[in-house]
Every structure is written in C-alpha cells, then in structure tokens.
Design a binder for this molecule. Structure first.
Ligand SMILES: C[S@@+](CC[C@H](N)C(=O)[O-])C[C@H]1O[C@@H](n2cnc3c(N)ncnc32)[C@H](O)[C@@H]1O
Length: 251
C-alpha cells in the first residue's frame, strides 16, 4: 500500500500512542471485548496497542493489518503459539473461514479507506464475517472546521525519551483538500540514535466524514441497524462531540 506505515513510525507508534490515545479509548474497547462471549476481530490491529491487552485478559481475539512494519512490532510482543491470530490482510477483502461476535476498527482505521466503493466493500465484508447478532464498532474524528480551513503548521505533538537519555520529537502539519475530503498529514520524527539526530518524514491522507455522510454510508451497507455516539462514554452526538463512534448491528 502506498501509504503504509514506515518502519520507524511503526517502531515508535506505541511510545507515542500509549501516551496520547490509551486514556481516550482503551477502557472502552477492553470493556466491549470483555462483554463479548465468542470471537473478536480487530481490523487494522497495527502494533496491537489494544489487542495485546485484550489477549492477555483472555479474549479470543484475532487481528489483521495491511502494514508489514506494524505487524512486525506486534509479532514481537506475542508468544509464537499465538501468531496464528494475526494476518496480513486488507480490510476491504479480508477472509476468514469462521465468523466473529464482535469486529472493531479502533483509531481511525476506516479513515484510511479513501474511496467510496472501498468503504462499502469494507462494511459489507465486515458484515459477512459477523455472527447473526454480531456488532461492528469503528471511530472517526469529527472534523475541526478551523483546521479544515487553515491546516496545522509544524506543531509538536509528542516530545519525550524512547530510552533513557535518547530524545524523540514528532511534529505534525496538515493540508486539507476540501474537494476530495482529505486531510493530508505530514509527520516528522526526529530522534537521537548512534550519536546523531535522525529525521524521517511520512505523508498520509485521511478521509474525513461529516455526520450525515457517515449515516448514508452505513445505510447503503448491509447493516440493518446502527447508532453513532459522540464519545467513548456513550454520550449522544452534540455540538461538543469530537468523535463519531459508530456501532453497527447485524440482524
Ligand atoms: C492509527 S492505526 C490504528 C492501529 C490500532 N487499531 C490502534 O488502535 O492502535 C491504523 C492502522 O490501520 C491500518 N490500515 C490502514 N488501511 C488498512 C487497510 N486497508 N487494511 C488493513 N489495515 C489497514 C494501518 O496499517 C494501521 O496499522
């Protein structure tokens, strides 16, 4: 995939997102996984930021991702006899010969799927892999209109140490493309290694959604029922909502 996470971005992913994201979504996803009696699938599992926790808690959880570099990080966290749970597949056309009671796509996975027909294929493929009354939960951010107009210019969004005495810093810039509904993101990583300051850049587009487009999309899919919440605490959508948490129900 042209926008696949580069190796060094995969390498530092957990450091950055355990810090920036766990407090927002970890409890929510661990709870819905715990409440599921049966198999769970995380599509876009990445480095297993949430997955590893769930597996350690005893969940019968599987994961797939399109990125070699992200999965390589995850494989290293798992004992070899659990590697069968992970596969390199695309959300659009993944295949399993069994079904799941819960499928989740946490942290913007769906926003990486840029084309309309691919989005519908993803939803329908998920539907086909769910048991009779299975659920699919995915999130997207509510676009910030200021950012859509002006973008962000070289904002430091993470600064810390990845090993004692070794600094790392990430900056982010965005360039909105209103007509294609994309936010083109440019991440820059700078870190100390081998007594040098290393630097790497990565550009990735995310497809943003407005509320009614999201509703139309789900309504065009095979899902019979769905509800969109405004945060991980189950608050109804309102003017302050920053997240679209979409829960699609089969049957
Ligand atoms: C922001 S990360 C989220 C990872 C993980 N779910 C988490 O919560 O930390 C998005 C992940 O989606 C994966 N991804 C993007 N497009 C994909 C596709 N078409 N099929 C499978 N995985 C995809 C990326 O490789 C990346 O690992």
């Amino acid at each position: 995939m042209k926008h696949e996470y580069p190796e060094n971005f995969a390498r530092f992913y957990d450091l950055i997102y355990h810090h920036m994201r766990d407090s927002v979504d970890n409890d929510y996803f661990q709870n819905v996984i715990k409440q599921t009696k049966g198999k769970v699938l995380e599509i876009g599992v990445g480095t297993g930021r949430l997955f590893s926790n769930a597996l350690n808690q005893g969940a019968d959880i599987y994961g797939l991702d399109i990125s070699h570099s992200m999965l390589n990080v995850l494989y290293k966290k798992l004992p070899e006899d659990q590697h069968y749970r992970i596969s390199l597949q695309n959300v659009i056309d993944f295949k399993f010969d069994f079904k799941f009671d819960l499928i989740i796509a946490p942290f913007r996975v769906i926003m990486h799927v840029l084309e309309k027909d691919e989005q519908i294929r993803t939803l329908n493929n998920v539907y086909d892999h769910l048991e009779k009354s299975g659920k699919f939960i995915f999130d997207a951010f509510v676009p910030d209109l200021n950012q859509l107009l002006n973008g962000i210019d070289n904002q430091v969004d993470f600064e810390g140490e990845y090993e004692p005495g070794k600094k790392i810093r990430r900056t982010v810039s965005t360039n909105p493309d209103l007509i294609n509904q994309l936010i083109n993101i440019r991440f820059c990583l700078e870190w100390d290694e081998d007594n040098k300051l290393k630097h790497e850049e990565w550009r990735v587009p995310l497809r943003y959604y407005f509320r009614y487009e999201l509703e139309h999309l789900v309504e065009r899919s095979k899902f019979e029922k769905y509800k969109i919440f405004g945060d991980y605490q189950g608050t109804e959508l309102n003017q302050k909502s920053r997240e679209f948490i979409t829960i699609c129900q089969k049957g």
